[in-house]
Design a protein around this ligand. Sequence first.
Ligand code: NAD
Length: 382
Amino acid sequence: MDNHQPTKPSRRKFLYNLGLAGLSLPLISSESNCSTKTKSNAQAMIDKNNKAGKLGIALVGLGGYASGQLAPALQQTENCYLAGIVTGTPSKIPVWKEKYGVPDKNIYNYNNYDSIKDNPDIDVIYIVLPNNMHAEYTIRGFAAGKHVICEKPMAITVAESETMLAAANKAGKLLSIGYRLHYDPFNLEMIRLVKEKIYGEVKSIDTAFSITPPKGAWRLNKKIAGGGPLMDVGIYCMQAVCYVLGTEPLATTTKTYPVSDKEKFIDIEETLDIEMEMPGGIIGKCRTSYSENQSYLQVNCENGWFRLEPAYFYGGLKFSSSDGRKFEIPPFSQQAKQLDAMAVSIKNKQVSKTPGEMGFRDMKIIEAIYKSMNTGRRVELK
Ligand code: NAD
């Protein structure tokens, strides 16, 4: 849902899909009439990937992001592969089996999820559930002795994210947050330009990410989402201010506005203007809304500016700058880059670039932003 802009299928992706179609398994109408050939093909897929030293990933929650982005990305990754699925919707199973050859023994539901601990094919559990389920399924994943990748936002409260970190430590396993843009070459170029002071010292950052979810979406339900656009897309803006500068905010002053539709925005904010006070007197201005469509990140420096627009979509990111500098690269999958990098860090027993601790930090920033929104005051972060 974060992308909200269908990306044009690249030629490479198209050819890749053709390749997949060539490999696709016989059509099956239900789990019970799965043919022996399908079973052996599925096992052969697992054996081949295990032999290649790839980590087996199980996706938990087969909604828009898992099915539209992560599963296709896992067909391109070199260090990990789609080994299993966890779903509460049995009707999705035949589709996933046919498309990705997931064997029956690696398919779980939310009741038997914990028995994943006995499955050696699954090394990593990837939580792609609504926000209020992240903590529970992450903690159960660690109890099952697996590494966990959890989607953003890490949780819906600071307290929850603390329990997730504690579970990771207790299990001695790694927790990463699905902050895909830390692995995206366009956003990495923004970081490089700042780090190398190509345009001199940074003066300010101006960024926005806004989308328009339909009425009834769980994203509009505070109990499930934990908040409004800040939890879903504003988090990218505050993240960008932090990763572009390589620092953390000292304080925030956040303003909200009366909602335009009281039935749609019952207990969440519709729009926020967030000011993040960063070290060195730099102000990061973030706007996020559920009634606008925006995706940009601009860094203003002593000697010019540079910008991504769109900045936060899955693809089609566009760089521009005050001096006409170019940054263009062939199409790629952000998710494949993220997943491969995380798999390598797990294999090397090292924390990833986006560890649970970063998610925890961000939950503290989010709570400060909401505190400022609710009190109308500047809130310091300690
Ligand atoms: P979605 O609504 O499309 O999918 C959610 C899945 O959870 C569905 O398969 C649904 O059946 C399942 N589910 C299980 N219990 C549920 C319940 N009680 N209520 C609702 N759904 C339930 O959502 P999504 O867009 O795939 O988002 C899932 C998570 O991934 C969210 O945390 C979101 O923030 C994150 N996400 C991240 C990115 C990214 O770019 N990193 C993009 C999109 C979503």
